[in-house]
Design a binder for this molecule. Structure first.
Ligand SMILES: C[S@@+](CC[C@H](N)C(=O)[O-])C[C@H]1O[C@@H](n2cnc3c(N)ncnc32)[C@H](O)[C@@H]1O
Length: 435
């Protein structure tokens, strides 16, 4: 916010400072396009203070002072133990096997699941939906230079194409990793029990997965470290509100990049993990996903990757020159400061405040969109930025501008989830949209 800075770059409108009602053409223009349920209240006077990010120099100073934190984000794909310590009496985990439907082509016919009773009941009541049965294998698991084993595609993949869709070998709640019985950690024996329930072939696949902290002989400890090196979050399962984590035979061979070309999603209905191309990936190219929150600055990313996965990332973004890396940190720092709600609030604040210049919000969001491009990031945040631009262009009755960004939102949505999420309709006719 510019409220307390000595040199505001944007006009600041405080409550009640405008003189009398001002016609609000932007708000009215946008409302004329929206269905009544989505209309934005347009007050006669400006009641909002418009926020903006501080200049890049300040961001740079902030970023260079920020201390690296060795905590992984909770829902960024790779798992990290929940911090809470909970008594075993409160949560009695059971080991169960979830059958994979016949139609489903997978290595495994059963998923071993460390579950709680309610989860097991829900899973067995509702069953597991089969997924793309005729799925053709379009990748190789092979040695890749400097990164151990990796996953390489054997044919071209357009953005949004599924590269791999796979049932996990084993799933368990993050919470179990910190459960204690009489003060003794039970995570290792529970995991050993779960691994003991794997069929021979699956047990072999599990043990072949990479272990970034091998124990030199302790099988139980090794199983634990394999889990830590490879687990990816799958979110909640029915019957339990905490986060679950999974290991997969193939998906877990995918290496990390801070500007990934693919995205890992979980489909809880089919109980599968799915990886989609975010950008065009040519036959022979390696697939990369995110292991952590890549909005974190370079130093923080490297610390997390070293602590958790025992490697130093040398992807194109992490290999920039020092000066370029600082600029990249600044851009990622700016992007990390907002998500969808913040964007919507700002667009709304601009719409209801006719004193703020017409192009201000557009300039700002175009800058964010350009930062996403420069950082080679295409994810849900890109959709939020495109959405804000569609709203802003619509409010200015610039239909071509709205169409261009609706198209961008459509492309990003298809790439990240395989669904256009309603954007195709907006792209076709932004002027008479009912979104
Ligand atoms: C989940 S495994 C990925 C597959 C692994 N490369 C293998 O050989 O099976 C994670 C490990 O892969 C390696 N790795 C992943 N991304 C990397 C990267 N960008 N640079 C170097 N090593 C990486 C690290 O050793 C890390 O502990």
């Amino acid at each position: 916010m510019f409220k307390n800075t000595s040199k505001p770059r944007l006009p600041v409108h405080k409550v009640g400072t405008t003189r009398g009602p001002t016609p609000n053409t932007r708000g009215d223009a946008l409302n004329s396009l929206l269905p009544s349920s989505m209309r934005i209240p347009v007050p006669p006077e400006s009641r909002y203070v418009f926020s903006s990010d501080t200049d890049l120099g300040t961001r740079l100073a902030e970023n260079s002072e920020s201390k690296p934190q060795a905590t992984a984000p909770q829902d960024q794909g790779k798992g990290a133990a929940d911090a809470a310590e909970v008594s075993l009496d409160a949560f009695m985990p059971i080991i169960t096997q979830v059958p994979v439907p016949e139609e489903t082509r997978s290595y495994n016919k059963l998923v071993v699941c460390v579950a709680f009773f309610d989860v097991k009941r829900e899973l067995y009541t509702h069953g597991v939906a089969p997924y793309e049965a005729d799925f053709e294998r379009r990748y190789l698991i092979t040695q890749v230079s400097g990164l151990g084993v990796g996953l390489v595609v054997t044919m071209d993949h357009a953005p949004g194409t599924v590269i791999i869709n796979e049932c996990p070998l084993l799933v368990m709640p993050l919470l179990v990793l910190t459960l204690r019985r009489n003060g003794v950690r039970i995570r290792t024996d529970l995991l050993a029990l779960a691994v003991g329930h794997l069929e021979d072939k699956e047990a072999r696949l599990f043990r072949q997965l990479y272990n970034c902290h091998p124990s030199h002989g302790d099988e139980v400890e090794d199983a634990w470290n394999i889990m830590k090196t490879n687990s990816l979050t799958i979110g909640q399962l029915p019957g339990y509100a905490g986060t679950y984590t999974a290991v997969y035979s193939d998906i877990c061979r995918i290496n990390h990049s801070s500007s990934p070309n693919a995205i890992y999603n979980r489909n809880l209905e089919s109980f599968t993990g799915e990886v989609r191309a975010l950008r065009p990936i040519k036959a022979g190219e390696q697939v990369f996903i995110l292991y952590l929150d890549v909005r974190a600055p370079y130093d923080e990313r490297q610390l997390l990757l070293r602590n958790t996965y025992n490697f130093t990332c040398a992807c194109p973004t992490c290999s920039l020159s020092e000066a370029e890396r600082e600029r990249s940190d600044v851009r990622r720092g700016v992007l990390s400061k907002f998500w969808r709600n913040a964007l919507d609030d700002d667009v709304e604040a601009w719409i209801v405040n006719p004193k703020v210049p017409d192009d201000l919000v557009i300039k700002r969001f175009l800058r964010y969109a350009s930062m996403m491009e420069q950082e080679m990031l295409s994810d849900a945040q890109g959709i939020s930025i495109a959405r804000a631009l569609v709203l802003a262009y619509s409010a200015l009755r610039d239909i071509e501008g709205a169409r261009k960004w609706a198209k961008k939102a459509e492309e990003l949505s298809l790439a990240t989830s395989g669904s256009d999420d309603g954007w195709a309709k907006v792209t076709r006719s932004p002027e008479r949209t009912d979104w």
